[in-house]
Ligand binder design. Structure first.
Ligand code: SF4
Length: 202
């Protein structure tokens, strides 16, 4: 987090020293969120990548480059938004997060949401999206195969806009997977991602 307040400093200190789950044994850094404490938009990724884990910064690897391009297309600067992860420590061999890890770590995400009070939540990818939709009481498909239908669609719940998107990481790959995921993320340019700064018109 670039900008600090006593409450965010306390939270970030707690995250950095956290040993609540097994992922603390395999990480270099537990990643705190970064961005503006006044952000109206909160991006929620799944977990840190390899470079992010070593450097202790959000979105600085290949997915960060893709993210920058997408934000550029939406006319939004990184420091206008706030970015964090559902799970703050890297997942060994990039496996899926386990339910007990999500349960342990999501308490930090909820505290970040409480501190930042964004208008728009943008969960990236399946796990972050499933968590946000379930905890906000939004109906969702039961099977993962049907999940693409929730990406790129706006949901309203608890006074917040929820706009799930595919994670930018696979978009940095070439081939079929990369092509498939570029399509929905193209909608970033005209999506509530543009709500990150003062240009947001509800
Ligand atoms: S993943 Fe979250 S709960 Fe688990 S050790 Fe890291 S910071 Fe703590």
């Amino acid at each position: 987090m670039h900008v600090n307040s006593p409450r965010t400093k306390r939270l970030n200190d707690e995250i950095r020293s956290c040993i609540k789950c097994r992922l603390s044994q395999t990480r270099h850094n537990a990643l705190c969120g970064e961005g503006s404490l006044q952000a109206r938009l909160l991006l929620i990724a799944q977990a840190p990548g390899k470079i992010e884990d070593v450097e202790g910064r959000m979105f600085i690897g290949p997915s960060g480059k893709v993210l920058d391009d997408l934000l550029d297309a939406a006319g939004v600067k990184r420091d206008e938004i706030y970015m964090t992860n559902l799970v703050k420590c890297i997942l060994p061999k990039f496996r899926r997060p386990r339910e007990d890890e999500i349960a342990a770590c999501s308490t930090y995400l909820e505290k970040e949401i409480e501190l930042i009070r964004p208008d728009v939540l943008v969960p990236l990818g399946f796990f972050a999206t499933r968590y946000i939709l379930d905890t906000r009481g939004v109906e969702r498909p039961q099977s993962k195969a049907e999940f693409p239908q929730v990406f790129g669609r706006l949901h309203l719940a608890g006074g917040k806009r929820i706009y799930p998107l595919t994670h930018p990481r696979p978009c940095s790959t070439t081939g079929r997977a990369g092509r498939a995921c570029r399509q929905p993320t193209a909608s970033w340019a005209c999506s509530p991602v543009s709500a990150g700064g003062s240009r947001y018109v509800p």
